[in-house]
Design a protein around this ligand. Structure first.
Ligand SMILES: Cc1ncc(COP(=O)(O)O)c(C=O)c1O
Length: 420
């Protein structure tokens, strides 16, 4: 049994030079405003293949900006995958739209045109296609459907920054792509988010909306940045092994919760109380984004390589569904294992005792959540994935391949299979 852990549940991915950028922005008084913002917009748009990019303080704030920039009619229905990060449909509800949920494929966790089409009515204004966990959904077919039915298409790329489908970046198939640069995603910029669009009218509206927002204070941005940097440090496998890991082992021994964040209704209550508003992107976040653009493709490739090791080792494990690529490429921002909910915590605890932390998911079956009870349309499939059956593993390239193999063998041993 390992006494020192080697794999945290999430590894914050900051690029080389980010601490210097942070300190330089503070001393140069360029935390909030500065030239990096326009530069990042231009370079991120060019990398994506979109005409315009606008930043926001978070992915959820970027989603709010996207919805407000679309110019939908008040009360319009917006179709979401039923299994997703529930704050996103709540943003739509708080803005006065009507969230409608469609099924997802239990293997990929994504919705396809066959799920979305059933929910289109004459009140539908838009559909949000989500690329969950880093796996692209059948976006080309969804884009064709949206065009035929004359509804707007948004893409939630919070887990999918840098995913390409037939060589085209996700986030550029519909009217607006929404990105998150939060610490738990693949391209953290000390927090932040962005929208991308090639529609000039939408871009004009977004620019007008952002011009009315007030900048967050330097203190707030800098404090957040230092806390993300501290999490970067704590999630280096060696540092994790001698700090958070022993704390988790003690918690496990005492039968206490394993430092999980609020999810489901609790998360939604906290979010609704926070009086959500569109807040702008900062110069510090943009400067960090410019550094990230030099590394993100290589980073995604490394995650894909580590995921491949694990998937190869788990193919014959009965009762565990490992993710597999169905559409385009998959970048495994999170690597979800799906298993019997009654066994999930047993596997989690076993992994922890062997040095591997893992995470319960922040995604939810939205049909079970309070704010959506009266807005639900019926007919969702009961065999949909449930959060209780998911365990997320970190496969980021900071974790050596040998550790990935040890992880694969630990799961095999737990399942009673020989190691390979
Ligand atoms: C699928 C999905 N969309 C959007 C978001 C919102 O991103 P942020 O946390 O930056 O607000 C998240 C956050 O986890 C997410 O998982």
């Amino acid at each position: 049994m390992a006494l020192i852990g080697s794999v945290p549940r999430r590894c914050v991915n900051l690029p080389p030079g980010s601490l210097m950028t942070l300190i330089g922005s503070i001393f140069g008084k360029k935390v909030q405003e500065g030239p990096a913002i326009e530069d990042f917009y231009r370079k991120f748009a060019a990398w994506l293949g979109a005409s315009h990019v606008f930043g926001a303080a978070s992915g959820r704030s970027a989603f709010q900006l996207a919805l407000e920039s679309l110019g939908l009619e008040e009360g319009a229905e917006i179709i979401f995958p039923v299994f997703t990060f529930p704050v996103i449909p709540l943003v739509a509800k708080l803005l006065g739209f009507q969230p409608v949920f469609c099924d997802v494929d239990p293997k990929t966790y994504n919705s396809g045109p066959e799920h979305i089409e059933k929910k289109i009515t004459d009140k539908t204004g838009a559909v949000l296609a989500t690329h969950l966990f880093g796996q692209p959904c059948p976006i080309q077919q969804i884009a064709d459907l949206a065009r035929q039915r004359n509804i707007r298409l948004l893409e939630d790329c919070a887990h999918a920054c840098g995913v390409r489908v037939d060589g085209k970046q996700v986030g550029t198939f519909g009217d607006i792509g929404v990105f998150s640069f939060a610490e738990g995603k693949n391209m953290p910029c000390f927090g932040g988010g962005a929208i991308a669009t090639s529609n000039d009218e939408i871009a004009q509206r977004a620019a007008a909306i952002l011009s009315e927002t007030s900048k967050p204070s330097t203190d707030v941005v800098a404090k957040k940045a230092f806390s993300v940097w501290a999490k970067w440090l704590l999630t280096r496998p060696f540092v994790f092994g001698i700090t958070a890991y022993p704390a988790l082992r003690v918690k496990l021994l005492l039968g206490q919760p394993l430092m999980d964040s609020a999810v489901g209704d609790e998360l939604l209550e906290d979010f609704a109380k926070s009086n959500p508003q569109i807040s702008p992107f900062s110069n510090l976040q943009a400067a960090t984004g410019l550094l990230q653009l030099n590394h993100i493709d290589g980073f995604n490739e490394g995650a894909r390589r580590n995921a491949g090791i694990l998937t190869g080792m788990l193919k014959d494990v009965p009762g565990i569904q490992a993710p597999d690529t169905v559409e385009g490429d998959h970048i495994y921002v999170y690597y979800p294992l799906t298993l019997d909910p009654a066994k999930r915590d047993d596997l989690r605890n076993y992994l922890l005792k062997n040095g591997f932390d893992s995470k319960t998911t922040d995604m939810s079956d939205c049909s079970a959540l309070k704010p959506f009870q009266e807005t639900l349309s019926t007919g969702n499939d009961q065999s949909l994935p449930k959060e209780a059956s998911i365990l997320e593993i970190c496969v980021y390239p900071v974790i050596p391949q040998a550790e990935m193999r040890r992880l694969g063998n630990t799961i095999r041993t737990w399942a009673g299979l020989p190691t390979i």
